[in-house]
Design a protein around this ligand. Structure first.
Ligand SMILES: Nc1nc2c(ncn2[C@@H]2O[C@H](COP(=O)(O)OP(=O)(O)OP(=O)(O)O)[C@@H](O)[C@H]2O)c(=O)[nH]1
Ligand SMILES: [Mg+2]
Length: 525
């Protein structure tokens, strides 16, 4: 029978029990234990001090500018935040550069997974021993069909809508020359199996094991500070990241490190990085030819052209650049970082010092998760916000919400904008509207995608860039007009936030207009 040791501490308190010295402790063990406890106390006190100092530093002063980036998922808020970071804290983006590999590799692996899953739906290519699938055979037989992009066969856009489609392989466009078919899809699929199989681990690394219910289908979310998880062994770099973190003030002039060991892309940072990411990098390097063969495979091209395979813009971007992305010692370019896609979870705060008439003013930028299940997290930030940039992707007229496939994205964006304009907490906030993804809108219209097919009210207006943009802009302006008791101005910009030069000039413009309001309210002029 177990006897309880009598003690003045509560025997029910597991912590108290754990802290008790072991029974029959020798003098030398006791000395070691006391030393360890003293050291643990010292570290704990130091962390407390650092946390206290950090909290003090992060305390929002009433003179700071608080800017919210709002809008639905995939509208471009985090991409815009990266542009702010590039402009006002380029050093911090340098420090994160290496960690973006995790997101980009994840984007590539997910894209491959989606291609193979779509192919599987279309044809059971693993069925039987024949290395050539039914789809491939049918497609080979269709050599008399017009070539992609040639007259009489308008090149269809890479599909992004979620409306159901019926497989119709007989209508598939023809293959590129037979000489380019190094392998059948079933062979490629088999060889890419282990790379695809690593997706859950990559997802786990990014999300830190947190899964989010009710916000999209199996999406992976990240909280601010996720970068540190991608650099588990990069102690030096990780130290710098966790100290700075996404929530810490960053100086606009923070220098890019001069220590070659810490420079992004140096052998030291690479060798110190997460073994999982290094393994994926090596798998990608070895699979590079297979990925390219799959991406360029005539059946895949045909499915894309017929909008049976619907890939996101970032999938296209990274698969087109697969030679670069899968190269040894790959280090993401700034353009890669701007195109990388990972959903934001909750609200991530970023702090920048922005000069105004020679005086630094602290800006708090709040980048929110835009999926429906994330929107409740915005409200606590409404109270003392000075300005909002509402981002709406006007290219999304043919897309539906991931979290609600019956709702058209433009519709959702207009509804959300109505809620923002009419919210009493936000009635005095400086309002800026970014009609974003104009580059994608242009491409969709050039490829012949008809707006009226998805937005019935568009009717028989010309299916061209200017009239389409004017139509959408008019709807947003109307929402604003109907919900504008305070007669505030709405500043509108047509944007492609992956275009650094154009976006930075718009940011300067927005900054100046926000400052004018800020100066008036702070009675500084
Ligand atoms: N071509 C193009 N791509 C864009 C543009 N804006 C954003 N993207 C891409 O769209 C994807 C989604 O952008 P994010 O900035 O992650 O979207 P978000 O609004 O932060 O989404 P949530 O965090 O889910 O709310 C990324 O791959 C971006 O690179 C744009 O103007 N043009
Ligand atoms: Mg985001």
């Amino acid at each position: 029978m177990l006897m309880r040791t009598p003690s003045i501490r509560s025997q029910d308190d597991p912590l108290a029990l754990a802290l008790l010295p072991p029974p029959a402790e020798s003098e030398s063990d006791r000395q070691i234990r006391l030393k360890q406890e003293a050291e643990a106390r010292r570290i704990s006190d130091r962390i407390d001090e650092e946390l206290k100092a950090e909290r003090k530093r992060l305390e929002r002063s009433k003179d700071d500018v608080k800017l919210l980036l709002l809008g639905q998922a995939e509208s471009g808020k985090s991409t815009l935040q990266k542009q702010f970071q590039l402009m006002y804290s380029p050093g911090s983006l340098e420090n994160e550069r290496m960690s973006w590999r995790t997101v980009i590799y994840f984007n590539v692996v997910r894209s491959l997974q989606k291609i193979l899953a779509t192919l599987e739906v279309w044809d059971d290519i693993d069925d039987g021993t024949d290395s050539q699938s039914t789809l491939e055979r049918q497609e080979l037989a269709n050599d008399d069909l017009p070539i992609l992009g040639k007259p009489h066969s308008p090149l269809q856009p890479v599909g992004t809508d979620t409306s159901p489609t019926t497989p119709s392989p007989t209508h598939l466009a023809p293959p590129t020359p037979i000489s380019t078919r190094a392998s059948s899809i079933s062979e490629l699929r088999l060889r890419l199996l282990s790379l695809i199989g690593i997706e859950p681990q990559l997802a786990n690394r990014l999300s830190g094991g947190v899964s989010v219910a009710g916000s999209g289908k199996g999406e992976v979310f990240v909280r601010s500070g996720w970068q540190a998880r991608s650099l588990l062994k990069g102690q030096k770099l990780m130290g710098r990241l966790s100290k700075r973190s996404d929530n810490s003030p960053t100086s606009p002039s923070s220098p890019v490190t001069s220590d070659p060991a810490e420079r992004p892309g140096s052998s030291m940072t690479v060798s110190n990085a997460d073994p999982l990411i290094e393994e994926v990098a090596s798998m990608l390097y070895q699979s590079h030819d297979d990925i390219r063969a799959l991406w360029e495979h005539p059946v895949v091209r045909a499915l894309i052209s017929k909008r049976k395979l619907k890939l996101d813009e970032w999938s296209e971007f990274f698969l087109n650049g697969i030679a670069r992305v899968s190269a040894r010692n790959y280090m993401p370019t700034t353009d890669d970082i701007l195109h990388a896609r990972i959903q934001t979870m909750g609200v991530a705060e970023h702090i920048f010092d922005v000069e105004i008439h020679g005086k630094p003013v602290t800006w708090h930028l709040y980048d929110v998760g835009g999926a429906r299940g994330q929107r409740h997290t915005w409200v606590p930030y409404f109270d003392d916000a000075n300005a909002i940039i509402f981002v709406s992707p006007i290219s999304a007229f043919d897309q539906y919400l991931e979290e609600d496939p019956r709702t058209n994205r433009i519709d959702d964006s207009l509804q959300l904008f109505t809620q923002i304009c009419s919210n009493p907490l936000l009635k005095s906030v400086h309002l800026v509207l970014f009609l974003n993804k104009t580059d994608i809108l242009r491409k969709k219209l050039e490829r012949g995608l008809r707006v009226s097919k998805y937005i019935l009210s568009y009717g028989d207006r010309p299916n061209e860039y200017e009239p389409v943009v004017n139509y959408f802009r008019a709807h947003f302006l109307q929402v604003h007009k109907r919900n504008n008791e305070n007669r505030r101005v709405l500043y509108t910009h047509l944007t492609n936030v992956t275009d650094t030069k154009a976006t930075q000039s718009i940011i300067e413009n927005v900054r100046d207009s926000i400052f004018r309001g800020y100066l008036q309210s702070a009675a500084l002029v």
